[in-house]
Design a protein around this ligand. Structure first.
Ligand SMILES: [Zn+2]
Length: 92
């Protein structure tokens, strides 16, 4: 169970002591002021709620894109078949 002492002693892969930073930021979506506790890394752009919402929207957009891709693929296959039938040598 990690306590405050453990957190203070956290080290990275190179053995450097990592300091827990507290960064204040504004959510780009709802404008809420958030505080973010982190050792390393970038400041997030959204508050946790908005991040979850955005992830859900992104997943939905991905699904829509996948649907569109398979629709196009089916259309291309269809066109390809039509073309092949068009250039097929006549059979007597
Ligand atoms: Zn937000």
């Amino acid at each position: 169970m990690p306590g405050a002492r453990d957190a203070a002693a956290t080290k990275d892969a190179a053995g450097r002591r990592l300091r827990l930073h507290t960064t204040a930021y504004m959510c780009e979506r709802c404008g809420a002021r958030q505080e973010y506790h982190h050792y390393v890394g970038r400041t997030p752009r959204y508050c946790p709620d908005c991040r979850a919402e955005r992830d859900a929207e992104r997943a939905e957009a991905d699904r829509a894109a996948a649907r569109e891709r398979s629709r196009r693929r089916r259309m291309l296959i269809k066109e390809d078949q039509v073309e092949r039938e068009a250039v097929a040598p006549p059979t007597f």
